[in-house]
Ligand binder design. Structure first.
Ligand code: ADP
Ligand code: S3P
Ligand code: MG
Length: 258
């Protein structure tokens, strides 16, 4: 559990105050925010409402989060998934960067990791209240117990996986503060061993090694359909059970006949 002393109370209040505007700006500017790697949808479809309210889009879920280790592809796949499902996109690291006005390495160096984790926690509280969104988390977000509980209560969490070697190749030219060590591959291995049991608590697990992003997105969507169908079947079973035995409550009919 993060406390305000560790997170820095005055800073955190400023972060909370800036979060709403930051989120609005991030939702609006997402293609620019993620570096313009991909072509944005046409202007009218970015607002979502015309397609969505006309019922033309069939999708397995209207909210999903992506978790997993650094370099497994959460930011890139999340963006592509959001385009495929015509959902809004939030990258929690990019949102924090925008609200704080500093890059992630600057936040770590100048404000400390505790402050960054406190910001992440605030962001989780906000993005779990969004509708129609794909959320790409940072690699450590799902590791915090309170974040994990909140995310899993909200909807499915897809965990992306890759081997330490792939992660190393994908991150070696980037500036991830936790991998700034003499032997980043060894650091990846150690941190992965520590975190893997926690990532296992996600809803759906997808490997990303040696696969093009389109294939990964396709698998995620297929698996989300299976998950949604199973949820639906479960809900129907429970409704049928409730119908067959309408009153299990203490003091109700079934109890009265005991
Ligand atoms: N399936 C993939 N194949 C090849 N490169 C990928 C794949 N997924 C992501 N990448 C690349 O790996 C790097 C890290 O991906 P990113 O989405 O930032 O990961 P994360 O958000 O999980 O840290 C980026 O350069 C990204 O373009
Ligand atoms: O694993 C982690 O603790 C972190 C992962 C990073 O995000 P990516 O997983 O998108 O690289 C970023 O949030 C920060 O550097 C800390
Ligand atoms: Mg990322």
């Amino acid at each position: 559990m993060l406390n305000d002393t560790e997170g820095g109370r005055p800073h955190l209040q400023a972060f909370r105050a800036g979060l709403e505007d930051g989120l609005a700006g991030h939702l609006r500017d997402v293609p620019e925010d993620i570096g313009g790697r991909v072509t944005p949808l046409p202007e009218d479809s970015r607002t979502l409402s015309p397609m969505f309210s006309s019922g033309l889009i069939e999708r397995p879920v209207s909210w999903v989060a992506l978790a997993g280790f650094m370099g497994t592809g959460k930011s890139r796949i999340g963006w592509e998934l959001s385009r495929a499902l015509a959902l809004h996109f939030v990258d929690t690291d990019k949102l924090i960067t925008r609200v704080v006005g500093k890059s992630i390495p600057e936040v770590f160096a100048q404000e400390g990791e505790g402050y960054f984790r406190a910001c992440e926690h605030e962001v989780v509280g906000r993005v779990t209240r969004l509708e129609h969104a794909v959320i790409s988390l940072g690699g450590g977000t799902f590791i915090q117990e309170e974040n994990r509980r909140c995310l899993l209560e909200r909807g499915p969490v897809v965990v992306l996986w890759a081997t330490p070697e792939t992660i190393y190749q994908r991150t070696k030219h980037s500036d991830r503060p936790l991998l700034r060590t003499e032997d980043p591959l060894e650091r990846i291995r150690t941190l992965m061993d520590e975190r893997a049991p926690v990532y296992q608590q996600g809803t759906i697990h997808v490997h990303s090694d040696g696969r093009p992003s389109e294939e990964i997105v396709e698998e995620i969507i297929d698996r989300l359909w299976s998950w949604a169908d199973a949820q639906h079947a479960w809900a129907l079973d429970h409704a049928a059970l409730d119908h067959a035995a309408p009153d299990h409550t203490p003091g109700g009919e079934s109890r009265a006949s005991d």
